[in-house]
Ligand binder design. Structure first.
Ligand code: FEO
Length: 168
């Protein structure tokens, strides 16, 4: 059985993962009306799906441990971006925020001596390392490309091979 404090902290994370899914869904929809970046569009849609999976995993864990996963209201995500570079920059910043939040949860699990939750969270710790590294790589590439249209074409081809999340 998880403590009230742990339950509340996990519910906060459920909101963050769900919100991440909305943020990337909005990026996908915006990217879909830009010309010539079909693979970037799929990347954002896949990323949004991944975040929903992260949220679901938390929901099941909380409920299976005798807590109650409360489904929150989500905030309106940013709808448009000045450029692809801006969208990917926001993606990186967003993932850095999520990593902080996961680390905070790990801290709480130790304070609560909740070793089952601590163990469960290790998957998220590993996932965040992957996601942040990927977001950084993509941002570095975009920085090199700058305003070069040919570079963006290659970036779109390249992103097809990228896997968004770690396998379970
Ligand atoms: Fe589930 Fe990208 O954090």
């Amino acid at each position: 059985m998880i403590s009230k404090r742990m339950n509340e902290a996990l519910n906060e994370q459920i909101k963050i993962e769900g919100q991440s899914s909305m943020v990337y869904l909005a990026m996908a929809s915006w990217a879909e009306i830009q010309p010539g970046i079909d693979n970037v569009v799929s990347f954002f849609y896949r990323h949004s799906d991944e975040e929903r999976e992260h949220m679901l995993k938390l929901i099941h864990f909380v409920n299976e441990r005798g807590g109650f996963a409360m489904i929150p209201a989500f905030e309106q995500p940013t709808l448009t971006y000045p450029s692809i570079n801006h969208a990917f920059k926001e993606l990186l910043e967003h993932e850095m925020m999520v990593s902080k939040s996961i680390n905070n949860l790990v801290d709480i699990s130790l304070q609560e001596k909740d070793y089952a939750t601590h163990n469960f969270l290790q998957w998220y710790v590993a996932e965040q390392i992957e996601e942040e590294a990927l977001a950084r790589t993509l941002n570095d590439k975009l920085e090199l490309i700058g305003d070069d249209k040919g570079g963006l074409y290659l970036f779109d081809k390249d992103i097809l091979t990228v896997s968004v999340g770690t396998e379970e």
